[in-house]
Write a protein that binds this ligand. Structure first.
Ligand SMILES: Cc1cc2nc3c(=O)[nH]c(=O)nc-3n(C[C@H](O)[C@H](O)[C@H](O)COP(=O)(O)OP(=O)(O)OC[C@H]3O[C@@H](n4cnc5c(N)ncnc54)[C@H](O)[C@@H]3O)c2cc1C
Length: 524
């Protein structure tokens, strides 16, 4: 955990010694490209002594992408299942395979993928996934011992720089829209809910959400031009109408029961990790980047790089829980149909800007959505599930601001300056909405991902995903991008569960008998 060991007293001491430092806003860059683009020395010099810079590296994956070859040794160990990727879907697969002799390989030094929680001075915040409302996920959380914390709050919106509480349950009637626009919002919601989405799935998935929205007030398009990138990686032109229409059942707190924890759904990743380790330690390997997966006779060889060393192991089955833009590069001799379908998937880059404040800036709703053209599409109160009723305003607070960017800006993510500029704009914007906010900000922590969310474009759910998740020999495809619909923790759960089941079926009962872990486990 990059920021977890923040020593509060030491930092406060540093700040007390140097008040100008305390007043400075520090931009800490984490994420996919940070290793390649270190934080400028001047910035580090301004940061308090105890501050750590988080980073994630895709250096090896980029080498694979660019066609580098690696000298790979012969196999040195044998497993029943190897899981590639320790995001939510890989962790769920590992949880379901905990009685099997498996090995999970994760390229990062921590597990969780896009669902990772960090801390600032002991205050949790999310670098990605924030909340969910799926009853299956809730059941899994209970099973692994997590107490469910419900949100009980309808999203606010910010319209013309004014906070509008409970936007979709009547708030829009009170905002600065024209009467015609308000009526159009009402009609839209009614019309969308009259559509039988499941029955019309294929038809809807063949067109863009823009096609549907053209019959309504332009403010609806603006709303979804930001809500889409926030939740499924696409503006209305690039969103499947299936996804757009379906979202009107659950969006913005209309879902009956949403849950979260301080720091978001990364807390589930941590709890899963604990549970899996309790069932058998040493099977979740971090800092291990898979570079090749190759079917050979009755076994699959999986090669990975760990601390500069190449290692090869064999498995009877593989669960590929990494995204498909990587899977298609590391799986040898993948058939043309998989390659074509995977090649059509698109991924949106995303900045998550955590604004760490010494005082409360806003505590009116868990989540607040802002229509286009706002840079911040949404922000949430990181400790809402625990502190929403706390009236004290002189306490630290983190606002998690979501800043998805169009695919054409992906390369800009390589620049620290670009990310810092975005962080500065986020603070500027908060100051407009909440005058005085800037003066309360102590740090800005930016997490960047070049390929964060798959784009829920027309055809992804009904055409591409079914082709993508077809097994390739004994290689089974997890990752949420194999499910279609939208990427969220519940689609990751579904993907991980399915792939684990497929792997178990492929193993048959022989795997359980041969598993050293299973042999050591007490009978249930
Ligand atoms: C900004 C943001 C906000 C979000 N908000 C929400 C939300 O509020 N609610 C919600 O439910 N969902 C949300 N999501 C989506 C949610 O985070 C994802 O659906 C979930 O993380 C998907 O899990 P996954 O396992 O499918 O993939 P990922 O999270 O992408 O995990 C894939 C893992 O594979 C690893 N990997 C890749 N290549 C290799 C390799 N070669 N070798 C080894 N390991 C490899 C990666 O490092 C990563 O850990 C959000 C996502 C983002 C980016």
């Amino acid at each position: 955990m990059e920021y977890e060991n923040h020593d509060r007293s030491a930092e406060e001491q540093t700040a007390a010694e140097n008040p100008t430092r305390r007043e400075a806003i520090k931009f800490l860059i984490g994420g996919a490209m940070a290793a390649a683009c270190p934080v400028p020395a001047a910035l580090l010099a301004a940061a308090p002594a105890q501050t750590r810079v988080g980073s994630e590296s895709n250096e090896i994956c980029h080498k694979v992408r660019d066609g580098s070859t690696f000298k790979l040794p012969p196999p040195s160990a044998e497993y029943d299942v190897v899981i590639v990727g320790g995001g939510p879907s890989g962790l769920v697969a590992a949880h379901d395979l905990r009685d099997v002799n498996f090995l999970l390989l994760e390229k990062e030094p921590r597990l969780g993928g896009n669902a990772i929680s960090e801390q600032w001075r002991g205050h949790w915040y999310s670098t990605g996934a924030a909340y969910n409302g799926d009853s299956h996920l809730e059941a899994l959380c209970r099973e692994i011992g997590m107490e469910i914390r419900t949100i009980d709050s309808i999203d606010a919106a910010i319209i013309h720089d004014q906070v509008v509480p409970e936007f979709w349950t009547g708030g829009y009637w009170k905002c600065a829209y024209s009467q015609n626009t308000k009526k159009s919002f009402e009609k839209f919601l009614k019309d969308m809910r009259a559509i039988d989405v499941e029955e019309q799935a294929e038809k809807l998935d063949a067109i863009s959400f823009a096609e549907i929205l053209k019959d309504y007030a332009p403010e609806l398009k603006l709303y979804f031009d930001n809500y889409g990138p926030n939740n499924w990686g696409a503006d209305v032109e690039n969103t499947s109408a299936f996804v757009g229409v379906q979202s009107t059942r659950w969006m913005a707190g209309l879902e009956t029961r949403r849950f979260t924890w301080s720091g978001g759904l990364g807390r589930i990743s941590l709890a899963l990790e604990d549970n899996i380790n309790r069932a058998g330690a040493g099977r979740l390997r971090k800092g291990a980047t898979v570079v090749r997966v190759e079917q050979k006779a009755s076994r699959i060889q999986v090669s990975y790089l760990e601390e500069g060393q190449a290692v090869t192991v064999t498995a009877k089955a593989v669960v590929a829980a990494c995204p498909k833009f990587i899977a298609k590069k590391i799986i040898a001799e993948l058939d043309a149909d998989h390659l074509e379908a995977m090649g059509k998937m698109r991924y949106q880059p995303y900045l998550v800007v955590n604004v760490c404040c010494r005082e409360v800036v806003y505590n009116g709703s868990f989540d607040t959505d802002i229509p286009a053209p706002s840079l911040i599409v949404d922000f949430n109160v990181a400790d809402w599930s625990e502190e929403r009723h706390n009236q004290e305003t002189r306490r630290p607070q983190v606002l998690t601001c979501y800043v998805p960017r169009p695919e054409r800006e992906r390369a800009l993510f390589l620049s620290d300056d670009y990310c810092k500029q975005m962080g500065e704009k986020v603070v500027e914007q908060l100051e407009v909405w909440f005058p005085g906010a800037r003066g309360k900000v102590e740090e800005v922590r930016i997490y960047r991902r070049g390929h964060a969310m798959f784009v829920s474009a027309p055809g992804v759910t009904t055409q591409l995903a079914p082709r993508i998740r077809k097994p390739f020999g004994n290689i089974f495809f997890a990752h949420s991008d194999a499910e279609g619909d939208i990427t969220d923790f519940s689609s990751a759960l579904q993907a991980g569960r399915r792939a684990a089941r497929e792997a178990k079926n492929a193993l048959g009962h022989a795997a359980l008998r041969s598993s050293p872990v299973a042999a050591a486990m007490p009978a249930r």
